[in-house]
Design a protein around this ligand. Structure first.
Ligand code: MIC
Ligand code: SF4
Length: 644
C-alpha cells in the first residue's frame, strides 16, 4: 500500500507512535515560527524550559500582529522578542517585513519539512509541500527546545481538482467551495491533500491561499505536492536548492475523496458570521458595500495585489466605500512600488496600510456600525473586526477590488477581459529585515529586555483529587477563540499580561464572566460542538486557567484549543450523550469525585454529578499516556520541568 504526501512526511519525522488514525504520533520538527501576539508568551515559556539555544533547523520570530503602537506595551514586547531571538538562536523578522505566513512561504519554507507555528494559519506552508501545523505557543517552545510535537494521527482526505479556473475566478473561490462542502468542522482530525490535473494550473501563492484557509475547515493541515511549479516558485525566490519533489503514491489510500471541477466554479463569498456560510456573488446581488479590505495571510501575495492594481488602474474607489490594502510582505510591497502598480492603487484612492495583519485581527479599520465589509481574509467571526454588528464577507481579491469600484457586491466576471499576471521570473528578494541570531560564543553576554507589561505564566497546580465546583458559564455551538479571548487593538497589547487580559475573557458572550469566575475561585465551563475553533492563541486557555477554570465540558473540541487546554492543565471533557448538555445550567454545582485517581488509573469515562438537580451524567476524558501525565502534573510546563 502506498503513502499519501502527508504520510510520507510524517513517516520521515516519526519519533513515536503508530501511523494509525487516532493514535498519538510524536514528530520531529524541522522549523518553527512565531508571531508577536503569541510569541512573547511562547518565548517566556521557552526561557522557562531552560534550553539555551534552539535545536531546530530554523526558527523564525515574526512581528506582524501587534504593530499598532498606542502605548509602550507592543513595542516593549517586540524588543523582548528581538533580544530573546538574538540570545537563543532564532531569526528575527522585523516589523515591516510582513505577515509571518507570507514571508515564511517566500523565504524559508521547504518542501518535505515539518513546520509548527504559534498561529493557526501555519498550514499556509502546505502550499509549498511542507507539513505545516498550527500549535499553541508552549508546543512551539518545546519543539524549539528539541522536543517532539504530538498530534493524533489524522485521517487523509484527497481533494481531486480537475479542469481550470474560469477568468476572474480565483484560488479563494476554490477554498470557499471546499468550505461549502465540508463546513468549519468538516476537517477536524483530517489532513487535506490536493491532487489531480487541476493542481498543475495553480501557482504556489494560489496553493498557499487554499492551504491557509484550510485552517477554517478545522483540519490539522492541508498540503499540495511539490512539483515543477513549486520548483519554479523557489527558483524565482533564489532558492532552487531548497526544492525536492514530493507526491502521493499512485496507490495511496485516502479515507475520503472529494472531486472539484475548477471550470465550474464561480466567484463566491463567505457571509456573516462563519467562513462556511457560502453564497455566490450573484446570489447575494448588488447590495451596498461600506468597506473593502485587501490583504491578510490568505490573499496578499504579489499575484493577488497585481490583479487588484490592474482592476483599480485609472478608476476611483466608489464614494460610499473605504478601501484599505495591506501588502503581505515587504517583498510584495517593494515589487509593486518598483513596477509602478502601487501608483494605480494610490491613484484609485486606496488607504495603504503597513505589511501586517492589521484589520484581520481588529488592529484598526473596524467598519462603521452595521457596516458591510468585504475582506480577502480568512475569518469573519462576529465581533472580530472590532465592530460587534459589522457584517463581514470573505471574498477573493478580484471580487473585493471590483466591488470597491462599484460600491456594491460585484461579480468580477462583469469586468470584461481578464488580466493575466504571470509569476515573475525573479522576485525582488532581500532579507535585510531578518536579523540573524548572535553566534554561540556571544550568547551569554546578551541581555533579554523585559518591559513592565510582561508578567509571568499563571500559577498552576497538579490535578486535584476531586473537582467540586460550580458551572461558571454555559455557551452554545461553534464558540471561537475570538469569543473566549477576544483580540483587537485594545486587548492585544495585553497578550504578555495574563492577569490583565483575563479581564476580557468571554466578555463577547457575557461581560460579567471574568468577575464571576474570579469570585467563584474555581469552576467548570460548559459548551457545545466545535468548541475553541479558530485561532491557536493559548491565551484562550491561559486566561481561563488564571480565572480558576478547572475543566471544560463540551460536545466536541477544535484540535488546537483542546491541546492548549491540556497544556494549561485544564481537563478537556466531552459528553458521552450530547443530550446531557441540557441537564446543566449556569450556576449548577458540579462534582467529579476521585478524578485524579480515576485518570491515573486510565479510566476514560467519568461520572459527573450535578449536585443542584441530582443528575449523574457520563463524560469522557480521552487522553494518551503523555497527555494524561501532563494533566496530572498541572500542565505541560510543569510536566516538561519535572521531566528535565
Ligand atoms: C488569528 O488569525 O486569529 C490570529 C490572530 O492570527 C491567531 C493567533 C493569535 O491569536 O495571536 C491564530 O490564528 O492563531
Ligand atoms: Fe494575521 Fe489574519 Fe493571518 Fe491571523 S489570519 S495571521 S491575524 S493575517
Amino acid at each position: 500500500m502506498g503513502f499519501t504526501i502527508a504520510q510520507k512526511i510524517i513517516k520521515a519525522h516519526l519519533l513515536s507512535g503508530e501511523m494509525t488514525p487516532g493514535c498519538e504520533v510524536g514528530l520531529k520538527i524541522d522549523q518553527t515560527l512565531t508571531q508577536d501576539a503569541t510569541g512573547t508568551m511562547a518565548y517566556l515559556e521557552f526561557e522557562a524550559i531552560g534550553v539555551p539555544r534552539v535545536k531546530t533547523e530554523k526558527s523564525v520570530a515574526y512581528i506582524d500582529h501587534n504593530t499598532l503602537q498606542t502605548g509602550f506595551e507592543n513595542a516593549d514586547d517586540h524588543r523582548f522578542i528581538q533580544s530573546v531571538c538574538k540570545k537563543h538562536g532564532i531569526y528575527f523578522s522585523r516589523p515591516g517585513n510582513g505577515i509571518c505566513h507570507q514571508v515564511h512561504l517566500e523565504r524559508f519554507g521547504k518542501p518535505g519539512k515539518t513546520l509548527i507555528g504559534s498561529d493557526s494559519h501555519t498550514p499556509t506552508g502546505g502550499g509549498i509541500g511542507m507539513l505545516a501545523i498550527g500549535a499553541g505557543g508552549l508546543d512551539v517552545a518545546v519543539a524549539m527546545g528539541g522536543g517532539a510535537y504530538y498530534i493524533s494521527m489524522p485521517k487523509m482526505v484527497r481533494i481531486n481538482l480537475s479542469g481550470k479556473l474560469q477568468p476572474w475566478v480565483s484560488a479563494k473561490d476554490i477554498i470557499l467551495e471546499v468550505l461549502r462542502i465540508m463546513s468549519v468542522k468538516g476537517g477536524v482530525g483530517k489532513i487535506i491533500e490536493y491532487g489531480g490535473e487541476g493542481v498543475k494550473t495553480l501557482t504556489v501563492p494560489e496553493r498557499a491561499t487554499i492551504t491557509n484557509m484550510g485552517a477554517e475547515l478545522g483540519a490539522t493541515t492541508s498540503v499540495f505536492p511539490s512539483d515543477e511549479i513549486t520548483k519554479t516558485f523557489l527558483k524565482a525566490q533564489g532558492r532552487e536548492e531548497d526544492w525536492t519533489e514530493l507526491s502521493a503514491d499512485e496507490d495511496a489510500v485516502y479515507d475520503e475523496v472529494i472531486n472539484i471541477n475548477l471550470s465550474s466554479l464561480v466567484p463566491m463569498a463567505a457571509c456573516p458570521h462563519s467562513p462556511d456560510n457560502i453564497k455566490t456573488i450573484e446570489e447575494i446581488g448588488p447590495q451596498q458595500v461600506d468597506q473593502v479590505c485587501i490583504g491578510s495571510c490568505t490573499n496578499s501575495s504579489y499575484l493577488d495585489l497585481m490583479r487588484v492594481a490592474a482592476i483599480l488602474k485609472g478608476k476611483t474607489v466608489a464614494p460610499n466605500v473605504s478601501l484599505a490594502i495591506a501588502p503581505g510582505s515587504k517583498q510584495v510591497y517593494n515589487m509593486l512600488a518598483r513596477n509602478g502598480a502601487l501608483a494605480y492603487i494610490i491613484e484609485a484612492g486606496a488607504r495603504i496600510l503597513e505589511c501586517a495583519c492589521g484589520p484581520c485581527i481588529g488592529m484598526g479599520q473596524s467598519p462603521n456600525s452595521k457596516g458591510i465589509s468585504l475582506r480577502t481574509f480568512n475569518r469573519n467571526f462576529e465581533g472580530r473586526s472590532g465592530t460587534k454588528d459589522g457584517q463581514i464577507y470573505l471574498v477573493s481579491p478580484e471580487t473585493a477590488a471590483a466591488s470597491a469600484l462599484t460600491g456594491v457586491f460585484t461579480d468580477p466576471r462583469t469586468l470584461g477581459e481578464a488580466v493575466n499576471i504571470p509569476l515573475p521570473e525573479k522576485f525582488d528578494f532581500n532579507d535585510n529585515m531578518v536579523i540573524a541570531p548572535a553566534p554561540v560564543e556571544e550568547m551569554d553576554g546578551i541581555e533579554v529586555l523585559r518591559g513592565p507589561n510582561i508578567k509571568p505564566y499563571p500559577a498552576t497546580a497538579p490535578l486535584a483529587e476531586t473537582i467540586d465546583v460550580p458551572c461558571s458559564l454555559k455557551v452554545g455551538d461553534n464558540i471561537t477563540t475570538d469569543h473566549i479571548m477576544p483580540a483587537g487593538a485594545k486587548i492585544l497589547p495585553l497578550r504578555s499580561n495574563i492577569p490583565a487580559i483575563s479581564q476580557h475573557c468571554f466578555t463577547v458572550c457575557d461581560k460579567d464572566f471574568p468577575e464571576r469566575a474570579k469570585k467563584l475561585g474555581a469552576s467548570i465551563i460548559v459548551g457545545g460542538v466545535n468548541y475553541g475553533q479558530g485561532s491557536s492563541r493559548e491565551h484562550a486557555a491561559l486566561a481561563p486557567l488564571y480565572l480558576g477554570v478547572k475543566a471544560v465540558l463540551v460536545k466536541s473540541f477544535a484540535r488546537i484549543h483542546r491541546a492548549n487546554l491540556i497544556n494549561a492543565g485544564i481537563l478537556p471533557l466531552t459528553f458521552v450523550d450530547e443530550a446531557d448538555y441540557d441537564s446543566i445550567s449556569e450556576g449548577d454545582e458540579l462534582s467529579l469525585p476521585d478524578v485524579r485517581k480515576l485518570i491515573s488509573e486510565r479510566k476514560e469515562q467519568l461520572t459527573l454529578i450535578n449536585k443542584t438537580n441530582g443528575k449523574e451524567i457520563h463524560v469522557l476524558c480521552e487522553l494518551s499516556e503523555r497527555t494524561r501525565d501532563i494533566i496530572l502534573a498541572g500542565g505541560l510546563l510543569d510536566f516538561t520541568r519535572n521531566n528535565g
